[in-house]
Design a protein around this ligand. Structure first.
Ligand SMILES: [Zn+2]
Length: 388
């Protein structure tokens, strides 16, 4: 059933741009960017975690801006319900159930062929982040620069705190953003290690600003509140502007604020965070990386706004043989097998929400169970269909 893993164990697909004159980079006319800034952008590598609404808009801007290399990471597939806010995707992507990272990679390759865009379909957790890090510093010695910025396109606090830990420990600027309903917020973290090397002062990290995760159920989520498409565009544009400052060398221009936007009422609030750095902060003050050091474990996670549950098996062995799995599942419903996944609509299962239960299994044995909202039921279905 299992075969040996490929050389790259995260199964990345990547475009290699042709060497040709750079045609699109008219930003160098802007004195704020200039020739030097544009050339810095072309040498930079951005990691975009989560290719939902925020990630689509930010990836689009960074690709058009001529950021030399972009790595996109997302765990989910394109759905019709994404299309009102996730601007890189089309109905045909949703119909085919293409993984978001891969659909975005294909789209961006058409937007700017001079950018090297990589797609990784995986859950970002404390086990996969170090493997992503190895990817960032891969390639030829000249390319061994790692990530120059982390752009937050996630939809949950757990992953944000994890990225904050990673950014502070590794000394990589982190552009946080979040949107729910008609409200959004953004802030850029310049870690001490990064700032000191560039004669800048560090900013507070996310745990200086929000020391603890909000209690479950205490905050609105995109499940309970929905998301207004243009609101995400606004916040992601702010976020990508800050990333462009970081990458083009305009370090002193990075806003040291927590920006809050209220689209419906028109409120914009910039909270000065220049003195908000907490020397007692668990992460940037005391150097304890609680989210990064926590084992990933096996788990189920309810996916925000999706009526679906992700099942993440604990053992990360060799990739699944998707063809063989597809054949095995033929008896339980209509099966579709692609290079990226096996998708089966389960005939005999009644959905908790929506029109049916669909099981999507990826090569890393991770699965998304759509139409199911109960984590125990998702885990049980997974055990029956894929194996424990
Ligand atoms: Zn901190």
């Amino acid at each position: 059933m299992r075969r040996p893993p490929p050389a790259n164990d995260l199964g990345v697909t990547e475009t290699n741009p042709p060497s040709q004159p750079r045609r699109y980079q008219r930003q160098m006319l802007l004195p704020e960017i200039g020739v030097e800034g544009q050339s810095r952008l072309a040498r930079a590598h951005a990691l975009i975690v989560g290719v939902g609404a925020l990630g689509c808009t930010s990836a689009d801007w960074l690709c058009r801006a001529g950021v030399g290399r972009i790595t996109l990471v997302d765990r989910d597939v394109v759905e019709f319900t994404n299309l009102h806010r996730q601007t890189l995707f089309t109905e045909s992507d949703a119909r085919a159930g293409i993984p978001k990272a891969e659909a975005a990679r294909r789209r961006l390759a058409e937007v700017n062929s001079e950018v090297r865009v990589g797609a990784v379909v995986c859950d970002v957790n404390s086990a996969t982040l170090p493997r992503l890090r190895a990817m960032g510093s891969g390639g030829t010695p000249a390319e061994a620069t790692g990530f120059d910025v982390i752009v937050d396109g996630t939809d949950n606090y757990e992953t944000r705190y994890l990225l904050n830990d990673f950014a502070v420990r590794e000394g990589i600027p982190y552009c946080y953003a979040g949107v729910v309903g008609v409200s959004g917020a953004a802030a850029t973290v310049l870690p001490e290690k990064w700032a000191t090397a560039r004669a800048q002062s560090p900013t507070p990290c996310i745990r200086c600003l929000f020391p603890e995760m909000p209690a479950p159920g205490s905050m609105p989520t995109c499940d309970t509140a929905g998301v207004l498409g243009p609101m995400v565009g606004l916040v992601a544009s702010w976020q990508s502007m800050e990333a462009i400052k970081v990458l083009s060398g305009a370090h002193e221009r990075v806003h040291r604020v927590l920006a809050r936007f209220e689209a419906w009422t028109g409120g914009v609030m910039l909270v000065d965070t220049s003195s908000a750095r907490d020397p007692e902060c668990v992460c940037c003050g005391r150097g304890r990386y609680e989210f990064l050091d926590r084992p990933a474990g096996d788990g189920v996670a309810t996916l925000c706004g999706r009526n679906a549950v992700q099942v993440l098996p604990s053992a990360s062995g060799a990739p699944l043989d998707l063809g063989a799995l597809g054949e095995r599942l033929r008896g339980v419903g209509s099966v579709e097998t692609t290079a990226f996944l096996v998708r089966v609509r389960l005939d005999g299962e009644r959905a908790d929400v929506g029109e049916g239960v669909v099981l999507t299994v990826f090569p890393d044995a991770r699965a998304i169970v759509s139409g199911v909202t109960n984590p125990d039921r998702a885990r049980a279905l997974y055990a029956r269909m894929v194996g424990a």
